[in-house]
Design a protein around this ligand. Structure first.
Ligand code: 5RP
Length: 221
């Protein structure tokens, strides 16, 4: 028996299947909500030419259901990218990277025509700040980046015993209430040693499918 939140993740994931165009290449994110999406993909795998995963974990899950993987470098256009989020606001801006895959997620999201965010309703937020911002950092820059984040008002915490797929570390940085996510996203982008940060403000979701107790609610931004 799935708990309530898992049920809501699952119905959101199932509803995203309708957005897959026949014979298309799709981007597939990372996380527990995406695990449900991949389970559903198994049932429509013949419809999918290939997938581009945002992590090794998702790559392995896709291989297990015999969906061919594609290299983003070989793909000029990507119709959809489906991924979860740690938080999403009313503009479709998100905080992502709880699963540590934020860098590839940002890259694939940049290429995709449509970013479909699948979440349960607990991820809905009015203002960012309760979930610390995951920041992927080149190892030697860890202390420098932490000091720069403190200058911006953040409280950094190293994600213990964790290395990203790209061989880097993650600092989870609590900034308090974030009133201007895009401005903070750009400031973080300018710090040397940061590979990417988990504010998906400049490139947010195009569609959110939010699992609620009243069914899946769709929002287009
Ligand atoms: C991974 C992510 C995930 O989308 C995010 O952490 C949400 O995960 P979940 O679906 O397990 O709640 O950004 O880097």
């Amino acid at each position: 028996m799935l708990d309530q939140v898992c049920e809501l993740k699952k119905i959101a994931a199932i509803s995203a299947i309708d957005y897959i165009e026949p014979d298309s290449i799709i981007g597939v994110g990372t996380g527990s909500t995406i695990k449900y999406f991949i389970e559903e993909l198994a049932m429509v795998s013949s419809k999918i030419r290939a997938a581009i995963p945002s992590s090794t974990v998702s790559a392995n899950a896709l291989k297990n259901i015999n969906i061919p993987l594609a290299d983003l470098n070989d793909v000029g256009e990507l119709s959809i990218y489906v991924d979860g989020a740690d938080q999403i606001n009313h503009l479709g801006q998100m905080i992502k990277g709880g699963g540590g895959a934020l860098t590839k997620e940002k890259i694939i999201a940049s290429v995709a025509k449509t970013f479909i965010c699948i979440v349960d309703e607990t991820k809905n937020t009015k203002a960012f700040g309760t979930f610390p911002i995951p920041i992927e950092v080149i190892k030697i820059a860890r202390s420098y980046v932490a000091r720069e984040c403190i200058k911006l008002g953040g409280t950094p915490k190293l994600r213990e015993n964790y290395t990203t797929d790209n061989g880097n570390v993650i600092l989870d940085v609590a900034f308090g209430i974030i009133n201007e996510p895009i401005s903070l996203e750009y400031k973080l982008n300018n710090i040397n040693g940061i590979v990417s940060n988990g504010i998906f403000g400049a490139r947010g979701a195009d569609i959110a499918l939010i699992g609620t107790n009243q069914g899946v609610k769709k929002y287009a931004y």
